[in-house]
Design a protein around this ligand. Structure first.
Ligand code: B12
Ligand SMILES: *[C@@H]1O[C@H](CO)[C@@H](O)[C@H](O)[C@H]1NC(C)=O
Ligand SMILES: *[C@@H]1O[C@H](CO)[C@@H](O)[C@H](O)[C@H]1NC(C)=O
Ligand SMILES: *[C@@H]1O[C@H](CO)[C@@H](O)[C@H](O)[C@H]1NC(C)=O
Ligand SMILES: *[C@@H]1O[C@H](CO)[C@@H](O)[C@H](O)[C@H]1NC(C)=O
Ligand SMILES: *[C@@H]1O[C@H](CO)[C@@H](O)[C@H](O)[C@H]1NC(C)=O
Ligand SMILES: *[C@@H]1O[C@H](CO)[C@@H](O)[C@H](O)[C@H]1NC(C)=O
Ligand SMILES: *[C@@H]1O[C@H](CO)[C@@H](O)[C@H](O)[C@H]1NC(C)=O
Ligand SMILES: *[C@@H]1O[C@H](CO)[C@@H](O)[C@H](O)[C@H]1NC(C)=O
Length: 431
């Protein structure tokens, strides 16, 4: 924790003079750095074959000030390769993440293509046009629209305050999936709106100062919704949204009371999940690390060179191996629900993941249990079952459940248990 270096008297004076500067950032202390080793090895020793993995990792490593030049060069190359390969086909949020990663504390000799910000403006406009044409549904989602605004705000892109005031009201349905507030989405929106608010206040963007008022209210409401999702053990939403939530709470400490959030408790719970392998996917590791080091995406600074003196530990072992399948077998109940429910019992090796179950069921009956998937930065994403495709414009997707509860991991990661009731449900996101 910070603040403790000042003389007690000075600290006391400061506290009484400027109470509004309360600093709610808690970062992992040096003695606990060893907890972070698995996160770093997961990030360093992975393949970065898919999507925005490399951008997520580069951004994360730069924010925490990881000292390893050769690794950084390698990551920059992968992000650039992905940009070249996907080019105009990147989604708006993927481009935003690419800009944040390449532009963060760039060294002066590195080039940075300023056309990327122009391209992002166009992609953000396309999101808004899609909302107007399709019942308020963006091309992607509000997590990505928030990333867009954040990147435009930090990299002097053009965006309209009026549009932001119009589309980012906390009541907007896009903050919700199936009636459930998405903490990741809310957290990213708080970061984006905080950046916009700061830009209005210090005159970086031409706007009536009055416009900061609704944005102020949005931040306040979103912070309330985020804190409402705080669990007894300190996690906010689930383990994978907690990093984004922490970042949002770091930058918005004027909007809640000190007793409303116990940051060290949240941090402790997250640290304990690391050795259990909760963050064995590079994207998951990259998203939690900045918050643990007391950093936020608002710390991305396009004008200053990278600072490396922050974080200096060396990594030896590769990340935790994926769960090994044991020779014993287990039986699970699997069903696909569309209008009707189609069920079967499937036998798989102990240690299998949801996807293995789906593949077994598909072997039983291709017509009923046939499915398609796409690789993404979080692993395989299920795009269709029984020929029925998920569709963003209709806000439909395939939801994974166990015992009726939505899973917090994907088909490629969730390890199934003997006797479990697994379900795949065609789901409409409209609450
Ligand atoms: C938006 C979103 C969705 C949307 C995606 C479609 C859309 N309209 O955009 C919907 C609601 C459909 C969705 C579904 C699911 N999601 Co989701 N989702 C997100 C969210 C909030 C933002 C993703 C994003 O746009 N990222 C930014 C862009 C730039 O990165 P991207 O990699 O290109 O994004 C794509 C992928 O992330 C993919 N995607 C989204 N969710 C998931 C989940 C998995 C497992 C995979 C493989 C891919 C995937 O869709 C994105 C758009 O194309 C993230 C939050 C986060 N922290 O990342 C959660 C998140 C990625 N989702 C998660 C989960 C668990 C799921 C589900 C498995 C939930 C369930 N029980 O069914 C399902 C996926 C089931 C399936 N069909 O395979 C977890 C993943 C955790 C983990 N360790 O695997 C996250 C981190 C949320 C959380 N805190 O739990 N999701
Ligand atoms: C990396 O990629 C290679 C080939 O594409 C694959 O064989 C290997 O299993 C991958 N490693 C990891 C950790 O994903
Ligand atoms: C730096 O990164 C490289 C991979 O690019 C890795 O082989 C090396 O072990 C890393 N060095 C340290 C000190 O972690
Ligand atoms: C972009 O997507 C279109 C349509 O899906 C595809 O035809 C095209 O080859 C893609 N271009 C690149 C560079 O991936
Ligand atoms: C920036 O936005 C303003 C107002 O929306 C618009 O008038 C101007 O043309 C935009 N500039 C660029 C370069 O897009
Ligand atoms: C960083 O770690 C390396 C190797 O452990 C060490 O040689 C170096 O002095 C450290 N630098 C700082 C600033 O702590
Ligand atoms: C499910 O039912 C709805 C209305 O009851 C119908 O419109 C739709 O076509 C059905 N879908 C399938 C896949 O049978
Ligand atoms: C499956 O493996 C776990 C350990 O990984 C063990 O605790 C459990 O009893 C096994 N179940 C069966 C049915 O073999
Ligand atoms: C798959 O299920 C359908 C519907 O129950 C049935 O008509 C078909 O014969 C089954 N196919 C196989 C190969 O069992």
């Amino acid at each position: 924790m910070r603040q403790s270096h000042q003389l007690p008297l000075v600290g006391l004076l400061l506290f009484f003079l400027i109470p509004s500067q309360r600093c709610e950032i808690c970062e992992v202390s040096k003695e606990k750095y060893f907890y972070l080793n698995p996160l770093l090895s997961t990030m360093i020793y992975s393949n970065y074959t898919y999507g925005t993995q490399a951008a997520n990792v580069l951004l994360s490593l730069r924010l925490v000030g990881m000292r390893n030049q050769s690794l950084e060069q390698q990551m920059i190359q992968r992000v650039k390769d992905n940009l070249e390969r996907k080019g105009p086909n990147l989604s708006s949020g993927q481009l935003a993440l690419t800009i944040l990663a390449l532009g963060a504390c760039r060294n002066p000799d590195e080039s940075f293509d300023s056309h990327l910000a122009d391209l992002l403006e166009k992609k953000f406009q396309a999101e808004i046009e899609n909302m107007e044409a399709h019942n308020g549904n963006p091309l992607t989602n509000y997590y990505q629209l928030s990333l867009d605004v954040l990147a435009l705000c930090l990299f002097n892109g053009n965006y309209s305050i009026t549009e932001i005031v119009e589309y980012f009201t906390p009541e907007n349905k896009n903050y919700y999936f199936g009636g459930q507030f998405s903490v990741d989405t809310g957290g990213m929106a708080v970061l984006a709106l905080t950046c916009v608010r700061r830009s209005i206040i210090n005159g970086q963007i031409k706007a009536d100062k009055e416009n900061s008022k609704p944005i102020d209210n949005y931040i306040e409401t979103l912070v309330k919704k985020i804190l409402f999702e705080k669990k007894e053990n300190g996690l906010i939403g689930n383990i994978y949204s907690t990093g984004e939530a922490m970042q949002a709470l770091f930058v918005s400490s004027n909007y809640y009371n000190e007793n409303e959030w116990n940051c060290p408790q949240t941090q402790d719970t997250v640290l304990k999940e690391i050795p259990r392998g909760a963050f064995s996917m590079p994207t998951a590791a990259a998203q939690i690390l900045p918050a643990l080091m007391g950093k936020t995406y608002l710390d991305v600074n396009k004008d200053a060179p990278c600072v490396y003196d922050n974080f200096n530990i060396s990594i030896h072992e590769p990340g935790p191996a994926p769960p090994t399948k044991l020779p014993s077998v287990i039986t699970v109940h699997y069903s696909v629900q569309i209008n009707e429910t189609y069920s079967t019992d499937v036998t798989v090796l102990n240690g299998s993941v949801f996807l293995d179950v789906m593949e077994e069921a598909q072997k039983q009956n291709e017509t009923i249990f046939g499915f398609t998937m796409e690789e993404s930065s979080w692993g395989p994403y299920i795009t269709s079952v029984q020929g029925l495709r998920a569709n963003n414009n209709d806000r439909t997707y395939w939801e994974l459940l166990s015992g009726g509860n939505p899973l917090s991991q994907g088909a490629g990661s969730y390890v199934v248990h003997d006797g479990e009731n697994l379900e795949e449900e065609s789901f409409c996101k409209i609450p």
